[in-house]
Write a protein that binds this ligand. Sequence first.
Ligand code: ADP
Length: 436
Amino acid sequence: MSEFWSRLLSTLVLLVVGALIVWPIAGAVWALLVLCLGLLGLLVFHRRQLQQLTQWLANPQVRAVPEGRGVWEDTFVALYHLARRQSVSQQQLSKALARFQRAGEAMPDGVVMLDAADQIEWFNPIAGQQFGLNHETDIGNPITYLIRQSQFNEYITAHNYSEPLIMKSTRSPDMTLAIQLVPFGEELKLLISRDITRFEEVETMRRDFIANVSHELRTPLTVVGGFLESLQDYTDLSEAERAHFFDLMRDQTLRMQRLVEDLLTLSRLESAANPLQEDTVPMPQLLQQLYAEAQGLSQGRHQIKLEVASEAALFGSESELRSAFGNLISNAVRYTPQGGEIVVRWDVANGEGRFSVKDSGIGIEARHIPRLTERFYRIDRSRSRETGGTGLGLSIVKHVLTRHQARLEITSEVGRGSTFHVVFPASRLVKSVAAA
Ligand code: ADP
């Protein structure tokens, strides 16, 4: 028998015994009265306990479980344990949920949770930025109301989510997004959006680069091919004509050679597997060599000056620095008409090393200056080609300088000339023995 019934039974037995004791003393009426009063008291007691239970159930706080008396004590104790267990598991659940929410918020991609009707249940801050969503107004609204793009609509309704959708952000048209829907649970979906703008830019650069290289190679190849055919078809060409054709073919071959060499230099500079081979580069000596090379390039057409205002050496790769400085000097020679002046200078100012090449050449319009170091960017294509340019010289310079934490500063005036400054940080300077 359960404790409840045994307790109830013993209370009833007590009441009956009490009534039986009263009966011989005061008569049957009093005995019945005692029994009825006892039963009434019992009823009031249980009613009060039940009322406490009902009150607690309206606001079931673990700490406010009623204590209970008699048979109710065990019930309330059991209730207390149950409520405690529930409160603990609820706390654990809330913590887990908060952790998941924080993880979703910390994700570098946009995440939107959609219900079966494609209505927004939750989204993280990145998705908010990418789609311009607002927590106050947009939760519960269908995603297709908020992202109004036909291709997005089609993607959502097609129910084929194996491939991501590439689209422009509704917020900023400069941003390209890759959207992927991931169904989960019972008809729920996660919409994951990734900003792939940078990736797209790199992809465009790669395509442009391949197109440029192909174009640069195709022209000389066509010329050489044409000459070869002529040589084959016209067997009666004079010696002088033949020599002329061979000269032209050699020029075109040299052009292709220079291009391939510059491309290989660029790829070496960009390769992660090619760390900088650093050493102390004695600048005064290097400048003397560059000066001699400049004289060779100019063939006496320009007045070239060398100013070595500092004996400081540079810490870096001699071959890379020679190639960068050589490119700047060669440009000065190529873009300065006969009779012009070129000054090559090395000095240290404000703790920074400064290599500069100043020319009195054709100059550069200000709008071109920020783009000069782009691959194949040329202001005057034919002038560049005629003088043996590949359009890659300044890109090589930029790469070498980046590897040496140096910067390129260009000042120029059309018709008056340009100055290219290469500024090295103090950390790259080595005080030479001579200076010490
Ligand atoms: P290129 O092989 O065509 O000279 P670069 O990358 O060295 O290629 O230079 C890019 C462009 O910058 C050149 O085509 C030219 O238009 C311009 N440029 C470079 N140096 C000078 C200079 N000293 N004076 C005028 N224009 C210059």
